[in-house]
Design a protein around this ligand. Structure first.
Ligand SMILES: NC(=O)c1ccc[n+]([C@@H]2O[C@H](COP(=O)([O-])OP(=O)(O)OC[C@H]3O[C@@H](n4cnc5c(N)ncnc54)[C@H](O)[C@@H]3O)[C@@H](O)[C@H]2O)c1
Length: 334
């Protein structure tokens, strides 16, 4: 297959690129490097363009054919979306609409969209399945839901096939140790805990320890990026057989508290990791855990790399070599 990957220089996108390349598929990355990393291209063709630049997008993709598009390109920091909603509606919704326009012109049919558990808002059940009400409580989640609805509309017109994958918390890193999570500033829990373990000057904050959970800290569902990539692959194969609109949750189906994650990081790093308790953040539900029965049954998918210790070990292995990867790529650029 030949696949276009918008956002392929980002964290999850680069793991998708590696997964497809390892299975001898052809990959073309599209990215604007806003949060992505040049060193994550893994030697693939990269089209540098902003999805918001309609004319340039059309020009750069002119007459290019793909068997599918796996669309990761988005802004995804909840707190930033609260401070600057316009940026999120513009980048995430308008950017995706521009991409779909070009897909229609080029007669590319299949798109897999990176959606998020943020579309559900505050959970009303212990485990969240795809039929849970979607009432997002921040602009980020609202933009993801808007894109889902738009894609559904397009499939009803018979123009495209779309699969929306609602991820819970992506975590871990490639077994190759060539790619992993790397943002500045880092906003995700596991790399932040690991960094505070390695560098005592960095602070690791726990936002709230008085939630209605066994240890008072929030409970989340962590899914290894390799399992995410595998699910996209299976979903793409499924789309080639049936034309329609589908939504699947992707999580591990199990919840871990922030304190449990910290304790497992301490075990893996064999070190005490200091932390500070901060006030709760607005809009953080106590518990978010996925029901993944649909993806398991329909796609035959299992998150068998998502054992929490494995997630942390792979993240730590990447953190140890990350600086040398960045240095080597800077050297190559000069
Ligand atoms: N990381 C998670 O836990 C998580 C959870 C749920 C959903 N998601 C979704 O998964 C996708 C990937 O997340 P990630 O963690 O890899 O994020 P990331 O920020 O690492 O990757 C996003 C990539 O998209 C690119 N990009 C952004 N806007 C663009 C634009 N207008 N034009 C071209 N390229 C653009 C960035 O440069 C970056 O390479 C996002 O859509 C995100 O909302 C992530």
């Amino acid at each position: 297959m030949k696949i276009l990957i918008p956002g392929g220089l980002g964290y999850i996108g680069s793991h998708m690129v590696e997964f497809l390349r390892d299975r001898n598929h052809e990959v073309v990355i599209l990215d604007n490097l806003s949060t992505g990393n040049e060193w994550a291209s893994l030697g693939c063709e990269v089209i540098l363009v902003d999805l918001l630049d309609r004319d340039e997008l059309k020009k750069k993709l002119c007459k290019r054919k793909f068997d599918g598009v796996i669309h990761f390109a988005a802004k995804s920091i909840v707190s930033e979306s609260v401070l600057n909603p316009d940026l999120y509606y513009e980048n995430n919704f308008v950017g995706t609409k521009n991409l779909i326009d070009v897909m229609e012109i080029n007669e590319i049919q299949n798109i897999i969209f990176s959606s998020s558990a943020a579309v559900y808002g505050n959970p009303i059940s212990n485990k969240i399945d795809e039929n849970h009400p979607t009432v997002p409580i921040n602009p980020y989640g609202k933009t993801k839901l808007m894109v889902e609805k738009y894609l559904e509309e397009k499939t009803l017109e018979g123009k495209i096939n779309a699969t929306c994958l609602r991820y819970f918390n992506a975590a871990g890193a490639s077994y190759s140790k060539k790619i992993g999570e790397c943002r500045e500033p880092e906003t995700h829990l596991i790399p932040n805990i690991i960094r505070s373990g390695i560098n005592k000057d960095l602070n690791f904050d726990i936002f709230g320890d008085n939630y209605d959970t066994p240890d008072g800290t929030c409970i989340r569902d962590y899914i290894h990026v390799f399992d995410l990539a595998k699910a996209h692959y299976l979903a793409l194969k499924e789309m080639n057989q049936k034309s329609n609109f589908q939504i699947y949750n992707l999580g591990s189906g199990a919840g871990f508290s922030i304190m449990e994650i910290k304790n497992t990081c301490e075990q893996v790093l064999n070190i005490n990791i200091p932390y500070k308790i901060r006030p709760r953040r607005e809009g953080d539900p106590a518990i978010l855990v996925s029901d993944i029965n649909k993806a398991s049954k329909v796609l035959g998918w299992k998150p068998d790399n998502s054992e929490i210790k494995n997630i942390i070990e792979t993240a730590y292995n990447f953190e140890k070599v990350k600086d040398s990867i960045i240095e080597a790529s800077n050297g190559t650029d000069k």
